[in-house]
Each structure stands twice: as C-alpha cells, then as structure tokens.
Design a binder for this molecule. Sequence first.
Ligand code: FAD
Length: 679
Amino acid sequence: MALRRSTWLDGYYCKVRSIANANPLNPRSDRDITTFQRGSKSSPYTPSPVSPWIISSPCLRYPSVHTPMYKRVAQLSITPRTPLNAFRPPLGTMPPFKRKASGPAAAPLQKRQCAALPNPSQYNDSTNEIKYGIVLRKYYPPEMTNDRAREYISGKIERPIEALNKAIHETQAARDNVPVGDSVVHWYKNDLRTLDNKSLHLASEKAKTHGIPLICVYLVSPQDFEAHLTAPVRVDFILRNLQVLRQSLAELDIPLYVETIEKRRNLPPRIMELCSRWRANHIFCNMEYEVDELRREAALTRACIDKGISFTVVHDTCVVEPGKLSSGAGGQMSVYSPWHRKWCAFLNQYPKELDCFPLPVRNPPHARQSFLELFDCDIPDAPESKCLSEEEKKRFRALWPAGEREAHDRLSRFILERVGAYHNTRNTPSASGTSILSPHLAAGTIAARTVVREARSAAPNQKLTDDRKQGHSMWIGEVAWRDFYKHVLCHWPYICMNKPFKPEYSNIEWEYDLDQFQKWTQGRTGFPIVDAAMRQVAHMAYMHNRCRMIVASFLAKDLLIDWRMGEKWFMEHLLDGDFASNNGGWGFSASCGVDPQPYFRIFNPLLQSEKFDPHGEYIRKWVPELAEIKDSKGIHDPYGRGYEKIAKMNGYPRPMVDHKTSRDRALARYKQGIGRETA
Ligand SMILES: Cc1cc2nc3c(=O)[nH]c(=O)nc-3n(C[C@H](O)[C@H](O)[C@H](O)COP(=O)(O)OP(=O)(O)OC[C@H]3O[C@@H](n4cnc5c(N)ncnc54)[C@H](O)[C@@H]3O)c2cc1C
C-alpha cells in the first residue's frame, strides 16, 4: 500500500474530466486536467494433514511454541456464511487561477502536465513538500489547498468511493447479463490468501456453477511500489507470499499467473487483455480504498462492460465495509469511541458478517491441461529499486516466514497464549504482548474478519463490546482501528493527497533539518527509548505500537519536523506499511489527524520510557551501547543520571534537544499555525 495514494490529478483545483468519458484503458486519462488552479457453502476448513500449515516456523516471540494449525482449526467455529504546491499559497487563500488542458487525454503525464500549464514555472517545485520528497512529483501533483480539501469535506467534490459505487450501480444490470465465457478470473492485490477471501470465493462459485476453470492473477507493478513507497522488505514479503499462494492454489488445480507490468497505467488494459486471452467474461477483485485504486476500478468497471466483460469489485478488507456506519446525523463519524460502539453493535446485529468465505473449489480436471503455461509461470524477482541485500533477505526471511498458514499459526498462538492479558501487556514493548499480525493483515495473508471471528470465539463473551478491561475485546477493538482509518480514508480522501485530516494544520510551519531527521532515522537522538524503537525497525522492519507513538511524537513535536517525512519514512521501512493505518497513526501523534491527541499533549520521551519500559529491557535489547547500565532509572537518561562515562565510552550520543525547550517551541508553533489555542 501506499504513502501517497492520491491520483496525480488531484492537485489544486483540478477539474477532472468525467471518468465515464475518459479513456478507460489508461488510468491516467481519467484524470484529464481541464482546469488547474494553483496550486458458504462453507466446507468446514480442514487443512490437509500433510499441509505445511502444520510446520510452525520459528517466529518472533514464540520461539518454542509450535502449535499445529490444524489442531487449532478444529477448535474454531467457522460457520457458513450467507451470501451477502507546489504551490501552497501563503496560508491558504490565494485566489485560484484556471488552466485549460490542451493535450489529449492519454498523453504522457509530463507532457500533459506541461500542456495544462501555460507557465509551468508558476508551479513552485521548490516548496518543502517537493524538496523533501513528501510529494513525489513524478507521480503526483503538488499539495492541494485547504479550500479544495474542504470541498471534499462538504461533498462538493465527488469522493473516489462514490465514483466507484456509481460505476458499480450503473453497470449492474449489464454486468448481470454478461455470459460466463470459458473461465473466471480473480485478480489478487492485497489479499494474498485462499481462505476467507470474498472475491476469490465469488469467482470460484461462478466458475463452479458453470463448470469452468478459475484463474488467479497477480500483476507486479514496480511503479506502484515506487509511488506507494513500498518498503523493499514488503516487496520481498509479497513475492514470497505469492510463492506460497501459488503452491496452495496449484493443489486445487488453480493457476496463479504472475506478470510484471512496468508502467502502472498499463495494468487495466493488461487485465482486460488477459481476460480476452483466457476467454474470461467475469473478473472479480477485492476493493482497495486508496484514491488511485478506487478511481482505477471505477474506470475499469465501465471499460470492461464496454468490452462485454463483467468487472466485480467487492468489499473485503474491512470487517465492516466503509459507509455502513454513520452518526445520528447520517455522516461518517470522526471520533473513534462512538464509531467503535456502532461497529460492535453492527456486528452483534449482523453476526453473519463475520462468517468465513470457504476455500475455492478445485478446478475441473481439464484446467491443468488447458492452462499449462500458467501453472509454469515464475514469480519474478523484486524490481531493482526494491532489492534487498543477501544479508537482509536472510534476516527478514528468518524473522518473517511467509504464507497464510504462518499467519493462522501466529493468530492461534496469540489467542491461546496472550490475548487474555492483552489489556495489561499491550503497551509494554518488551512484553511480547501483541499479536504481530500487522504484516499479514497488510499483505492480506489473513483477513481482518478471520482474526476478529477467531478472537471472538475464544472470548468469554460472544458479544462484541468496547470493554477495555478484557483482553479479547480490547484486542478486537485494536483491529477495529484498522477499519476506522480505512473508513476515514474513504470519506476524507484528501488525506491520501498529502493533506492533514484537519486542513488548517497544514498552516503549521515545520522544520526540515535533514541532519536532525537523519539522527532520528538512525536511532541516534540521545533519547534511549526513541533510539531503541528506531533500531528495532532497522533490524526487524517492525516497531511496537507504543514506540511508534513515541517516535512519531518526538519527530513532529520535539523536532518539529514535518510529520509527513516521518510518515513517508515509515512506509519505506515497515513490513506492515499500510497507508490508512500509518497516516492515522501519524495524524494522531502529530495532532493533525482524525481523532488525534490534542496538540498541547506532548509526550515526554523520558516519562514514556520510564512508564512503558520500566526496567529498561527494551532499551538494553536495542541499544547495546547502554546494555551494561543495570540501573533501571539511569538507563532512560544516561547523561542526566550518572552514566555519562559509559554512554560516552560506548559512543552513545547526548540528547539532541532539550525536551522542555522543544515543547515550548512546538506549542508556540502549533498555536501560531492553527490560529487558536484549543485542539
Ligand atoms: C505513527 C504510527 C504509524 C503506524 N503505521 C502503521 C502501519 O503502517 N501499518 C499498520 O498496520 N499499523 C500501523 N500503525 C498501528 C500499529 O502500530 C500497528 O498496527 C501495530 O503496532 C501492529 O502490531 P501488532 O500486529 O502486534 O498489533 P496488535 O496490538 O496485535 O493489534 C492487532 C491488529 O490491529 C490493528 N491495529 C492495532 N493498533 C492499531 C492502530 N493504532 N491503528 C490501526 N490499526 C491498528 C493492526 O492491524 C494489528 O495488527 C501505526 C501506528 C502509529 C502510531
């Protein structure tokens, strides 16, 4: 997933040509800039006894526990499912100017942008957003104005999810009448699993009903990896998951065809070409909620039907689909707690929403013969820009075994051993109290629906509640945060376009001190808890949630560095990089996101360290320079608490800033930026 999942058209005040009229084969053409202003049949789930599912890999935190998955599965209740700036005007009020596009809709991006801009020099590509890579100008427009963001808020601009819903609705009748063809296709994206996968299940049912084969496809898109800042470790994980997936599907005589498409704009035409080649008239996929993907699927829905192909996009990644929960006034809620109560109530009222989509059925016997070359296709290597070194490959592969069986195994061990105490241990980074399932949820090797269902089955109370004093419900509540941020993304899509959820927070004057930023990334800030956390990422491509909050607050508030640089860096390094959750977490910590920490609440890194790593175990593990400090007070502040000699001797730096001074500066800057004293 992506850091900037906005379409490049969504620069300032760009009026977008109707998607319906666009060249649907070219996703960029739907962004023709005409004006541009500044700016179950459910078979119970029974893994094969010889299946590698039962081989528990040595994994993080559970080195000695190898609970066979099938044992756990037998205990689980899987029930049948019913179908179901470049140009930021100084603080925001510059009047818009309009530009007419003169280039053809499908002209290359650079050309079209130039054509749309009589005087490109008016686009100030030296702004901090561009200079520091926050906006990747190769793919995206400059940052949008606050006014345009507010047009999204008011609903004046159509949200991408609305465009897709409209496309689905308007093509429904035609799609229902499309004859089935010779095969059915499931297009894999971030759903790299066979079990509890809605689109895959629907595709399989369609194929089964008509006695024709199911073909699965995954298109590797190096440009999407680049534009979405996908971490190399994540690319490696995706490719390894594809290997496992291909094997699991092959056991059902279902081919997984994988192809690299160099230009992201060629993805939609290629998928249509493949359908024609395989004489497949029906293609299914699960919905992704980032802006580019929603727009692409809206265009593809229409383009496909023009070619006689039914393209079906379904909700799957969230437990409760976006748009289902609303406030009393009928809108999307922006505060988590009441939203979460509705989320629980919804699932209690419609418990079948949690039912499992069964595995796809085995393909007819002729499938192997007919699609032999698809079974033989190779999984490509990572694109050059996303390659890991041999040492990294080895390390990450040992830390993060791939595949949905690994994900299920991890889930079952967590539920058996830890979830009951989650409410007590979740905030202690050294306690191994969390599930570490985020990489699997991000890759889709396990469904959020699955993890909630399993945790609920094991809970003392089968009703979902917001009880934060009980491990199971607390943990399910955390998984709900993942849904929450995706719902927010759908309703306020400009957060995908470099804007903070609260547009006025883009008026804060940030620092861009690269030397300080580098110290933060390298874990050499002189604040042991911050450094420990940053080194955890460097080694594992993962960081504990409490530490994510601490380091994010430190960057945005103590250093006052543009939080989007931190957000980007996280995406480039995390195995679980997920746009909505990452953006939500940064928005929370920098106080400019949805339901954020108020800006005047500024984490004191020393107090956080003492509270959440009271014995200094986490620090000792990740900051070896301080490992010999046994004093559980001194370890948090070696220079201030009598351990200067050890710290100095081992090359551990002094604190790079004084927290109190930084705090005062942050408060002043926030107040000045948002022009008021309250959150
Ligand atoms: C600055 C910042 C950046 C973050 N970036 C990401 C990211 O890129 N990808 C990501 O998956 N999570 C992100 N999170 C959320 C959270 O830190 C991770 O989901 C969590 O640490 C993953 O560990 P776990 O699987 O052991 O979580 P557990 O505590 O076991 O929780 C179970 C699952 O619930 C979800 N979840 C838990 N907490 C949150 C949360 N605060 N927001 C959203 N979902 C949550 C995750 O899918 C997680 O796997 C971020 C948080 C912050 C503060």
